[in-house]
Design a protein around this ligand. Structure first.
Ligand code: RP5
Length: 167
């Protein structure tokens, strides 16, 4: 059984969620990808979450747009940590999904990331797994170091361009 399950309400969400898959691959974390809806296929969604938890899955990333109940329904079905990704879609462009994902009632938490926040969802999943896997803590530290170096490089490059542009 994969450590992380990425589930989304529709295949139309995969364009965004591909980045979560790429990020997990970067860290060498096993994952599975599932399309199942909280509204259109409720029983199938709950059955998947229960089987994933029973089989040893550790973290679920649930992405949905519009009236997004996927993350909340799954969080109600199993006690694994659930990270909700509100997807930008429909007339309200993700604000509806953000509110539906983040405003969970007390007792059933969902760790909501920002609209289309697939990368942060994957990084948070890695951080959760890292509590019991030292090699992931090392990889996360290296990722942060590389990220910081990239910012410093951008700062140097911009300064060089601006200095070069001066008469
Ligand atoms: C949500 O409705 C899905 O998660 C998707 O973001 C949105 C639109 O779904 P499709 O009509 O593209 O299947 O349930």
């Amino acid at each position: 059984m994969a450590a992380v399950g990425i589930i989304m309400g529709s295949d139309s969400d995969y364009g965004v969620m591909e980045e979560a898959a790429r990020t997990l691959e970067e860290f060498g974390v096993d994952f599975e990808v599932k399309v199942s809806s909280a509204h259109r296929t409720l029983g199938r969604t709950v059955a998947w979450a229960e089987a994933f938890a029973a089989g040893g899955g550790q973290v679920i990333i649930a992405a949905a747009g519009m009236a997004a109940h996927l993350a909340g329904v799954i969080a109600g079905a199993v006690t694994l940590p659930v990270i909700g990704v509100p997807i930008q879609s429909g007339a309200l462009a993700g604000v509806d999904a953000l509110y539906a994902t983040v405003q969970m009632p007390p007792g059933i938490p969902v760790a909501a990331v920002g609209i289309n926040g697939a990368k942060n969802a994957a990084l948070l999943a890695v951080q959760i797994l890292a509590a019991g896997r030292p090699e992931l803590r090392t990889a996360l530290a290296a990722h942060r170091t590389a990220q910081a170096a990239a910012v410093e490089e951008k700062d140097r490059a911009l300064a060089a361009r601006r200095n070069g542009a001066k008469p």
